[in-house]
Write a protein that binds this ligand. Structure first.
Ligand code: SAH
Length: 215
């Protein structure tokens, strides 16, 4: 039997997102419209709407839908921003951010996943305002800075200084910071000369690699 993806997506949005407190209607609409099954490996498609991270190859995972939604909501995007994502993986979160902002740069360090993300974004016609760059995102991506939002999809030992430097005003950085075993999802907001920081939730992400990551 062919799964009814639209029904699964609707179910995910209602039970995993809305019921747990995701209230940003733009985020809910974006995740209602993006075919998550197109972003996971073919053999994992039946798991695409599960309430957990799913392996996507190269030892990496696509984040739990709730985490993707929460991170997007915390960025409080209004549509005009340029957003940087660190850790494209399969490209799903970048597609969600692309529906919420003017332009998305997503940077990925594993070449095999760069190719996957590009292919998935192209197949789903989400690549008109989403660009996949190969490189070390722990150093940010200066050519397109400053960013109205930066979303980091891998756990960092500390906040990489380059990401704060490349954060615009106003701008919000969402990043899991902590040990390899568990982290806080930190939300750093810049407004004028002031920088605010708070913790949205506890979480567990795959490690950030590269210069400002875990070596
Ligand atoms: N955004 C994905 C989640 C990807 S998991 C989603 O849609 O669910 C995190 C990704 O970060 C992995 O693909 C990993 O390879 C990548 N990564 C880890 N360190 C990185 C770095 N320094 N620069 C860029 N990508 C990195």
């Amino acid at each position: 039997m062919i799964p009814d993806w639209t029904a699964e997506r609707h179910q995910m949005v209602e039970t995993q997102l809305r019921r747990r407190g995701i209230y940003d209607e733009r985020v809910l609409a974006a995740m209602s419209g993006i075919p998550r099954e197109e972003f996971v490996p073919t053999e994992a498609r039946v798991l695409a709407y599960r309430d957990e991270p799913i392996p996507i190859g190269a030892g990496q995972t696509i984040s739990q839908p709730y985490m993707t939604a929460l991170m997007a909501q915390e960025l409080a995007l209004t549509g005009g921003e340029t957003v940087l994502e660190v850790g494209a993986g399969c490209g799903y979160a970048a597609a969600v951010l692309g529906a919420l902002a003017a332009r998305v740069i997503t940077i990925e360090i594993i070449p095999q996943l760069v190719r996957q993300a590009r292919a998935n974004l192209h197949r789903t016609a989400r690549d008109s305002n989403v660009e996949v760059v190969e490189g070390d995102g722990s150093l940010g991506y200066p050519p397109a800075a400053p960013y109205g939002g930066i979303s980091v999809a891998a756990a960092a030992p500390d906040i990489p200084p380059a990401l704060l430097e490349q954060l615009g005003d106003p701008g919000t950085l969402v990043i899991p910071v902590g040990s390899l075993a568990d982290q806080d999802l930190r939300v750093i907001t810049r407004r004028g000369s002031r920088v605010f920081s708070r913790v949205a939730t506890g979480c567990r992400f795959v490690p950030l690699r590269g210069g400002e990551g875990w070596r």
